[in-house]
Design a protein around this ligand. Structure first.
Ligand code: PHE
Length: 344
């Protein structure tokens, strides 16, 4: 063995130290090892103390070798320390705190919430206020003030859940009663939307649900025309479904608007060519709307002559189903996590 004339074999010392270190699993063992090599009376202290006994020409070389060995072993000591400490944590508690944590699963928004937020954002950008109304309504707000007196045949458009034998209280069949409540409260001119739950005695199948959501819109002022209605709705539908979408207005009937319109968009699935979703018509009906009927203004206590307005209503589920291509309305209410995690 060639030690360059030195009275110790530094390579052998390093090798022994490494082997010992390798076997260490506990903190206290590691501390013994540290003291053995780096302690005040440790291997390196002794070696260093022997340097002055060497002949002059060997001293620098001996010092350098000892320092190199110290640096190397100190490096290994620090590495081992990390390993031993984390393993120790594990041994004491049965848990290894050094492992990367599992991400907790977080909540997702129902597509109804996502679409509602989109709608609110679009209308807020147009200066519309956001209002709400009660889900339990009176006959007055749900029907009578909307130009449907008792026995009006148009009441059959909605199968109603009544809450009492006198049929005075009911679950609102649409969000249109909010129109009356807002007109009673706000100063003209104003523009608002209202989103909320509505109820109808419908089957619970792929396309019907006894509870669903609507968005109502109402803009009232001194110079509101059908052109304003068209401009607002075309803007809204293009914001929601994309700027390529075409919008169609057809005459329709609602007791509380005159004239009334039914509004469709070009089918977002087939782009108007015709497919299953649009019933091969190329169009998807999405909104009811019209100019506020003069009788409705009167019922809401607005007597001024030169006031006009437009109103519209749409089903949120229907919008969500078209936007996210959902083919069964029941999916919204089943709380199936596999469904709910698909939308952002
Ligand atoms: N309330 C109507 C419905 O539920 C929709 C509508 C709202 C139509 C406002 C015209 C104006 O079918």
């Amino acid at each position: 063995m060639n030690n360059n004339g030195l009275p110790f074999d530094i390579e052998k010392i390093i090798e022994d130290a490494r082997n010992e270190l390798e076997k260490i699993t506990r903190k206290d063992e590691l501390e013994y090892w540290r003291i053995k090599y780096f302690g005040r009376k440790g291997v390196f202290a002794i070696l260093t103390s022997k340097i002055p006994e060497l002949s002059q020409h060997l001293r620098p070389e001996a010092g350098r070798k000892i320092n190199e060995a110290k640096n190397l072993l100190n490096e290994l000591l620090q590495q081992k320390k990390i390993i031993v400490e984390s393993a120790q944590t594990y041994n004491d508690t049965g848990l290894n705190y050094t492992l990367t944590g599992l991400k907790p699963d977080y909540g997702y928004f129902n597509p109804i919430t996502l679409v509602s937020r989109d709608i609110v954002r679009i209308f807020q950008n147009l200066g519309f206020g956001v209002h709400t109304g009660p889900e339990i309504e009176t006959d007055f707000y749900n029907f009578e003030a909307l130009n449907m007196p008792e026995d009006h045949p148009a009441r059959d458009m909605w199968d109603t859940f009544y809450l009492d034998a006198e049929r005075k209280f009911l679950l609102r069949t649409h969000t249109s009663p909010v129109q009356i409540r807002v007109m009673e409260k706000l100063k003209i001119p104003f523009r608002i939307i209202a989103i909320g739950k509505t109820f109808r005695r419908d089957a619970f199948d792929a396309s019907h649900s006894p509870v669903f959501h609507q968005v109502e819109g109402l803009m009232v002022g001194y110079d509101i025309t059908f052109s304003n209605l068209k401009a607002v709705l075309i803007f809204f539908l293009r914001e929601l479904f994309g700027s390529n979408v075409r919008v169609r207005f057809l005459p329709s009937y609602f007791p509380f608007t005159e004239p009334s319109a039914e509004i469709s968009i070009s089918c977002v699935i087939c782009n108007g060519r015709g497919c299953q979703t649009c019933g091969f018509s190329g169009w998807i009906e999405i909104l009811g709307a019209g100019m506020v009927h003069p009788e409705v203004f009167l019922k809401a206590g607005i007597k001024e002559k030169n006031i006009t307005g437009f109103a519209f209503g749409a089903g949120i589920e229907r919008i969500a189903m078209i936007k996210y291509r959902i083919d069964d309305i029941r999916q919204f209410y089943l709380n199936d996590i596999r469904f709910l995690t698909q939308f952002e």
